[in-house]
Structure formats: structure tokens, C-alpha cells
Design a protein around this ligand. Structure first.
Ligand code: DGL
Length: 241
């Protein structure tokens, strides 16, 4: 089975890694849209345009299934599904199911776009869960090397006195800051990639991994190797918008 996984950049690699752990014998195609990141600051229309060209790329490569390894784009899964017959999985729905099983009150840390469109929050609230949402605009630019500024404590300050039991890492980049976030908020965090990989059912076949990025830099190469814990050659491929 061939599976296409995409995100704006390195965040989705956290999801990919969990999928590979769970299903090592699959043909994985990863697309990181590093030329256009951060997705968390884009409008719904822009995100649809960017995502649809990645879906077309996966179609050309004959994938059997697509995983949106991005919280921001997962809010738009129903929109994306209108453009293709290939089944699309997202990270929000399994996370809502997981939270519902174990928690009543959660913090939701996510990108500005995810917090603004409110879909993730609404899905949690529909299940009776109390949600403390927080947009974290500096996390992704810092993790992708676009900015050197990161004051996690300051960014999380408004959440520190609330009574939530866990914090949902509602952007797939945030597991890279998991330890600091848990140290500051004093609650466990929920990793959407872990949740997805433990619930998704895939048919194993041959093992392979190809990683495409729309813009490759030496820092990106370092980050990819660090996250995946192996030396993966990156293929630069910028898809036309
Ligand atoms: N990793 C993505 C998410 O889960 C996108 C982050 C970004 O590019 O802003 O939301």
C-alpha cells in the first residue's frame, strides 16, 4: 500500500515517524511544503489551493491513501475530500475520539488559523469536552528556522492557571517542544501523530520512504535527519500553485 503524507514542513514528520513505527512495511511518500510555510497564518482559500496541488501530486504518484499530517489543514479535510476519490485521513478526528475517552477538560494549543476557524474546538465541545484554546504563533516559525525568537513561557502564560487535565498539541510541529510545554503547563500532552497511528488501519506491503520538500535548506536536512533518526535524501520539488 502506498501512502501520501503531507504538512507545511517538518511537523508532519512527527506523524510519519509514528506511522512508520506502527506500519514499517508501507510505501511512504512525504511532502513538506516548506516554500509556503507557515500554513498557520494562511487563509482557508490559500490552504485549499496549496493542499489541492499536493493531492494532485499524490494522485500522479498513485497513492492509495492520503494522511493530512497537519492540524491546520485537517480542519479542512471535508473540503479536500471533494477534490479526490483517494480516501483522506486527518489528525483532528482521531484526536477528538481519544480525548473523549480519557479527559473532560483540555487545553488546545494550535496555530492561529486552527484557533481562528474554531473547527477543532467545536468538534471537542460537541463531545462535551471543556476546551481552553490558545494560538501559539511563534512556535512554527521558530522550529522551521524562520525566526530566532521563542519565549514558550510567555506564549503559554494565559493558560497557566486553568484547570485542564491535559494539553492537546493541536499542531504537528508542537511535539518538538513537548518537554518544555509539559514542564510549564504541568499536565501531559497529547500527540496527534501517536493517536492517529494507533487507530488507523493500513495494509502492509513493501517498505520505502521518499521525502519531497518544496524548498530544501541545510537546516531542513539536519532537522529531517534528527526527527526521523536516519539519513534521508530530500528531493526538492516545488509544485505550481
Ligand atoms: N504542522 C502544521 C499544523 O499541524 C502547520 C504549521 C504551520 O505551517 O503553521 O498545524
Amino acid at each position: 500500500m502506498k501512502i501520501g503524507v503531507f504538512d507545511s514542513g517538518i511537523g508532519g514528520l512527527n506523524v510519519l515517524k509514528e506511522l512508520i513505527n506502527q506500519y514499517p512495511k508501507l510505501e511512504y511518500l512525504y511532502y513538506g511544503d516548506t516554500f509556503y510555510l507557515p500554513y498557520g497564518e494562511k487563509s482557508k482559500e490559500e490552504l485549499i489551493k496549496l493542499g489541492v496541488r499536493i493531492i494532485r501530486f499524490f494522485e500522479e504518484n498513485h497513492v492509495d491513501r492520503i494522511v493530512i499530517a497537519c492540524g491546520t489543514c485537517s480542519s479542512l479535510v471535508d473540503e479536500y475530500q471533494k477534490y479526490t476519490k483517494i480516501p483522506i485521513d486527518n489528525v483532528i478526528d482521531p484526536t477528538v475520539e481519544y480525548v473523549k475517552k480519557y479527559y473532560q477538560k483540555v487545553a488546545l494549543l494550535a496555530t492561529p488559523a486552527t484557533i481562528k476557524n474554531g473547527i477543532f474546538e467545536r468538534k471537542l465541545k460537541q463531545e462535551g469536552i471543556e476546551v481552553y484554546p490558545l494560538s501559539c504563533p511563534s512556535f512554527v516559525p521558530y522550529l522551521e528556522g524562520l525566526s530566532e525568537q521563542l519565549d514558550i513561557e510567555k506564549e503559554l502564560k494565559s493558560l497557566q492557571n486553568n484547570e485542564y487535565e491535559a494539553a492537546v498539541l493541536g499542531c504537528t510541529h508542537y511535539p518538538l517542544l513537548k518537554e518544555e510545554i509539559e514542564r510549564i503547563l504541568l499536565v501531559p500532552t497529547i500527540d496527534m501523530g501517536k493517536v492517529l497511528s494507533e487507530t488507523i488501519e493500513l495494509k502492509e506491503s513493501n517498505a520505502s520512504l521518499t521525502v519531497y520538500m518544496s524548498k530544501v535548506t541545510p537546516l531542513l536536512e539536519q532537522n529531517v535527519n534528527k526527527i526521523l533518526e536516519k539519513d534521508i535524501p530530500l528531493i526538492e520539488k516545488n509544485l505550481p500553485v
